[in-house]
Design a protein around this ligand. Structure first.
Ligand SMILES: [Zn+2]
Length: 333
């Protein structure tokens, strides 16, 4: 990677210093070398910091994989950037907390967190992110939205309480982040989003508008999300088998549609009841007239089948199509 233009003058100074070093006494030379090496490491840290979404709106894929660790990808998670600030986090699957750090984002930048559902591969790193935020200087509340619960899955409020509730939470030592009566930190504000077959607006502030619709993911309460910022619309399918028309309505005319490529064409049984094959992704992308399509949630059963997947989608949708990898950045133009 070539150095950024802004680093050039500094690097020239370092090169000049190195040539002068040869003429200095040994101890002075050693001290100077130490100073130079600390300057270089500070620069490399800066270069590793936030690079996605410095200007305008962009989506960064924190996790492009599914639940299997052998896919060597973090599980499902996405950041929406606006002018260098990470304004929204969608899902927080295993491995995504590390990617969050690598992205250069801060938890204190987030306006809200939006969960599609509470399977492990969409939520396992939530508590790691919250613990990290404790070391930041966040003052404003952190709204957290997710689906209602049923017999199999907690609601969003239950999920957050199961970790951080003062009485029975697994991490009740951090209950000051949730319990209103406890002092000392900002507060999480969990909300359940009603299961609606038509898109409903859920959250709005100066940065973004978030809408959700119920999607079918077997018996698991699940949502797809639409985030609008600066007149751009990004839609996250979450996990769904694609049944019903809600996702098409939510994704209508989106600038970017991130769909989950969890099963190959021809999948049957449980796989098909939970997930949409490429032909269904292509049909939804076409029906909703989305301007570009990104395929994520890539699993061992779909990795290596990209040509077949692309061919199925191309029968129905002709816009730009990209397969996501961890930390990929998609500016929304
Ligand atoms: Zn999943």
């Amino acid at each position: 990677m070539s150095p950024e233009p802004s680093l050039e003058p500094s690097l020239q100074r370092i090169r000049g210093s190195l040539s002068r070093l040869a003429r200095l006494p040994h101890a002075v030379a050693l001290a100077t070398l130490l100073i130079i090496s600390s300057i270089i490491s500070a620069h490399s840290r800066a270069a590793a910091a936030q690079t996605c979404g410095s200007q305008g709106v962009a989506v960064q894929v924190l996790g492009s994989g599914g639940p299997e660790l052998q896919d060597k990808r973090a599980s499902s998670s996405y950041l929406v950037w606006e002018d260098g600030k990470a304004i929204a986090l969608i899902d927080a699957g295993g491995g995504s907390a590390l990617r969050f750090g690598e992205s250069g984002a801060d938890m204190s930048q987030l306006d809200a967190i939006f969960f599609t559902h509470f399977h492990v591969d969409h939520s396992a790193d939530f508590s790691a992110l919250i613990k990290s935020s404790w070391f930041e200087d966040r003052k404003r509340p952190l709204p957290i939205y997710g689906p209602e619960g049923n017999d199999f899955m907690p609601s969003a409020t239950e999920f957050v309480n199961d970790f951080f509730g003062g009485q029975h939470g697994a991490y009740r030592y951090l209950s000051e982040l949730l319990e209103p009566q406890e002092e000392g930190s900002y507060k999480m504000q969990p909300h359940n989003v009603p299961a609606s077959a038509s898109p409903i607006e859920v959250f709005r502030n100066d940065d973004l508008v978030a809408s959700a619709v119920r999607v079918i993911h077997g018996g698991v309460p699940a949502l797809a999300w639409r985030i609008e910022a600066r007149g751009k619309a990004i839609v996250f399918s979450g996990d769904t088998n694609g049944e019903g028309g809600g996702l098409v309505r939510l994704a209508m005319n989106a600038d970017l549609f991130i769909a989950h490529n969890a099963v190959p064409e021809g999948a049957t049984g449980v796989e098909r009841r939970l997930h949409m094959p490429p032909s269904v992704i292509g049909q939804i992308a076409e029906s909703a007239h989305v301007k570009s399509l990104v395929l994520s949630h890539r699993m061992l059963r779909t990795l290596g089948k990209e040509e077949q997947t692309q061919a199925e989608i191309r029968k129905r949708y002709s816009g730009p199509l990209t397969f996501a990898n961890d930390l990929d950045c998609f500016p929304v133009k």
